[in-house]
Design a protein around this ligand. Sequence first.
Ligand code: FAD
Length: 394
Amino acid sequence: MDLDLTPELLDFRDEIRTWLSEHLVGEFAEHRGVGFSWDDAAWDVRLAWDKELAAGNWLCIGWPKRYGGREATVDEQLIFQLEYARADAPYRASVQGQDLLGPTLLAFGSEDQKQRFLPKITAVEELWGQGFSEPGAGSDLASLRAKAVRDGDEWVIDGQKIWTSAGVYADWFYVMCRTNLDAPRHKGISMLLVPADQPGIEVRPIRNILGGSEFCEVFFSGARTSASMLVGEVDQGWRVAMGALGTERGTTLLAEHLRIQHEVDAMIDAARSTAQSGSAVMRANLVRAWSEARIIEWNGRRLMSALKGRDGDPAAQASVSKVFASTAHQRMAELGVRARGAGGEVVGDGYRLDRLQQVMLATRAESIYGGTTQIQLNLLAERTLGLPREKRPS
Ligand SMILES: Cc1cc2nc3c(=O)[nH]c(=O)nc-3n(C[C@H](O)[C@H](O)[C@H](O)COP(=O)(O)OP(=O)(O)OC[C@H]3O[C@@H](n4cnc5c(N)ncnc54)[C@H](O)[C@@H]3O)c2cc1C
């Protein structure tokens, strides 16, 4: 990574290493590498681990101290992510608030909203769900139809959201709603913070490919939230949503290569133990997987440099990193199952998928969430290469 390790940064790295070695023990150590961003495997342990991190003040470390952060620099945040991934700690359960809503509120929220919500995120006392996608509005988010109407001091919300990660656990949803039916598509949308526990909200779990059910549909039927829960200006929510999605596509990928490296190591071990490593094709593919893990790392370095303003456009690099990582990771994950030999094909009721099988199934979603591969390619074509704009609905 693009890091000049000063003595202060080395001390910081040692502090994290020591903390992780003292706290990633017992049940937490048994769940190393467990869970994906959208997977509820071992949810209770992962949530307990998040609370352990919160007690050590290791969540949202870049945030201001008054909201529960540490005001860590970009280099310190990166070191934390690298050490975390190196230790193969469980995936954090409450990423929606920490990685997506929190940065959005820091950029666009009112001071009251920041004081009300951010400390509860850093303390893992309130969990969030993202209510953007709808059955007819995913890539084309601006065609969303859920609407919010002002009624005195409240907004009243009607509509349906879908693919809401960790929605079954959410205490609050941040929801994109149409607030002006007469305005052009992108101009009549607002972001509202809506409490989950109320009669106007019904959450229906969807069973996902890994067998988990944290993913869900959320139905809003006369759901209510206070007028003070509007983020940014009324009808100007598109800018707010793009800020949230930019975060999703950018910094959260920075230390991914280390997780992927752990998987490649597991594949190589599996190929050795099943004698697959004797096959010329398998050997060539393992070398390719190992090389692609390096490229993902280098893309991470480039993104880091771009974020620090040293080199290139961060938005373009984030799209390049995401397209390459999701495509290569899917290919690697398929190889991981083949490296297990015939055992890799075992599935069925009562059978617990092993880590390589889980990775293979989980990676199918990587080219969809956070902006599909096709949408990222469109963005690169139009904004980076200056190619003609694709025709869009009026
Ligand atoms: C694991 C996971 C977690 C998610 N979590 C959340 C969440 O918490 N909250 C939330 O709101 N949403 C969430 N989503 C939804 C996600 O944002 C959408 O699935 C995504 O935006 C794509 O929308 P869609 O599924 O409606 O597909 P569509 O937009 O219908 O796309 C279908 C296919 O058409 C392609 N396509 C669409 N438009 C174009 C175009 N203009 N040019 C070329 N190809 C195009 C797409 O690339 C895709 O291959 C999640 C999705 C997944 C898989």
